[in-house]
Design a protein around this ligand. Structure first.
Ligand code: PMP
Length: 446
């Protein structure tokens, strides 16, 4: 019962794992984009277990494939061959640019980034890593050094060698202008850099300045970025920023690492990988969440040359490439293609973005609507002129009201005032319209 779970939660579950909502949601079942609580109440899941359930809850094709695999071989480790790992490694590599042909399977996004860090440092023989302020790359002790310390409040002594550059945020940052991000909806921030928007250039100049003055010259091993910032509040970078960074990092002999944990697998609509929209080919790509539709599966893809560096150093992982996990991953790839889910992200996502933009013109509390495909952020503010974040109390009121009406959405951003929409990729236009309708009622409430 609910009360029993509350008691167990208090006594036996580490309290660091906080729950959402005043009365935590107790889930019992899921089907496609729907979740059902222990009382049988249905919710439209527009957050997908933090951007993870990519093809839908309890997808019958996955259930069948996984059941068959469990019956055949539930576990095998990397010291043996098994067919599913090899089949999946080949299929996944085919989805990536040719040079990223070498896959290492692990079990979570943090683990993938941690391993990629080891690859980057051991391959380059350099130590310094630059990431963006507000970024999220994981919660292993090393990844905390790389991840913005806005998300935790204790010291990370192993954080030597991690540097953060200014977040190129065109809504909250210093520079930005019309059309400077890749989205069906645009920012209306007055451009501060002349008749043509040059926000990307300005942030690049800032980066160069930081490289010259703030970042010790131990040698740059890698630059790390999500292709769109997820936990940071669906932050899209100005056009040409990532391309410029890529060039400057290469000039320094560093690697470019793309964290595709949230943006991969077609979610952003136009492309299968988020980095494609920046016109670059990374040296290392990390992926998790949507890759396994909720199954603990993650991967690092890189070139043979970089992978060989790790092989020389030696490395092992017991669960990475587990046959059931690989079966799930294979099914996810098939379902995305069979059900045209990437295309669905583009059409339904664009429709939802434009409808939310219309809502913005009615409610000044919506400061910004942004995103691509089904990776959407709605930033709530006290006043659209000052752009001060809406109070936590009001954000929570909005958010609880959505739940009351059967809608699950996420929240994020440094001030917790960005409503995050990252549903299973199979949602329909009707689901998008329902979401907008619920937002309208909840906004009227606050
Ligand atoms: N990278 C990104 C972009 C993420 O959003 C997350 C999780 N929020 C991670 C890495 C870490 O993934 P995990 O929680 O699976 O370790």
């Amino acid at each position: 019962s609910y009360d029993e779970m509350t008691k167990i939660r208090k006594n036996n579950v580490n309290p660091a794992l906080t729950t959402y909502y005043k009365k935590p949601l107790a889930l019992h079942q899921g089907y496609k984009q729907w979740l059902f609580d222990i009382n049988g109440r249905r919710y439209l899941d527009m957050f997908a277990g933090v951007c993870t359930v990519s093809v839908g809850h309890a997808h019958p094709k996955i259930t069948q494939a996984v059941t068959e695999q469990m019956d055949t071989l539930g576990h095998s480790t990397n010291i043996y061959y098994h067919t599913k790992l090899h089949e999946y490694a080949k299929k996944l590599a085919e989805k990536l640019p040719d040079k990223l042909e070498c896959i290492y399977f692990v079990c979570s996004g943090s683990e993938a980034n941690d391993l990629a860090l080891l690859m980057a440092r051991s391959y380059t023989n350099k130590f310094d890593v630059i990431s963006l302020k507000n970024c999220y790359h994981g919660m292993t002790y090393q990844m905390m050094g790389m991840t913005s310390n806005n998300y935790y409040k204790y010291p990370v002594p192993g954080a030597a060698g991690f540097f953060k550059t200014t977040n190129p945020d065109v809504y909250n940052g210093i520079w930005g202008g019309k059309n400077c991000r890749d989205s069906p909806v645009q920012t209306d921030r007055p451009c501060s850099c002349g008749s043509e928007c040059e926000a990307g250039l300005r942030y690049l100049q800032q980066f160069e300045c930081e490289l010259r003055h703030d970042i010790p010259k131990g040698g740059l091993a890698a630059f790390w970025a999500e292709s769109i910032q997820g936990v940071g509040g669906t932050i899209q970078y100005p056009k040409n920023y990532i391309k410029g960074i890529y060039q400057r990092v290469k000039d320094q002999g560093g690697l470019y690492v793309a964290d595709e944990v949230q943006t991969g697998f077609g979610r952003t609509g136009d492309y299968f990988w988020g980095f494609e929209s920046h016109g670059i080919v990374p040296d290392i790509v990390t992926m998790a969440k949507g890759i396994g539709n909720g199954y603990p599966l993650a991967a690092v893809a890189t070139t043979k040359e970089i992978a060989t560096g790790l092989a020389k150093a030696g490395h092992f992982n017991t669960f990475g490439g587990n046959p059931v996990a690989c079966t799930t991953g294979l099914s996810v790839l098939e379902i995305i293609e069979e059900e045209k889910l990437q295309e669905n992200c583009k059409t339904v996502g664009t429709h939802l973005l434009l409808e939310l933009e219309k809502l913005k013109s009615k409610f000044p509390v919506i400061g910004d609507v942004r995103g691509k495909g089904l990776m959407i952020g709605v930033e709530l503010v006290e006043d659209p002129k000052t752009r001060v974040a809406l109070s936590t109390e009001k954000v929570l009121k909005f958010w609880e009201k959505c739940l009351d009406m059967g809608l699950i959405v996420g929240k994020g951003g440094i001030s917790g005032n960005v409503i995050r929409i990252k549903p299973p990729m199979c949602i329909t236009k009707e689901d998008a319209d329902f979401t907008v309708k619920v937002f309208e009622v909840a906004l009227e409430d606050i």
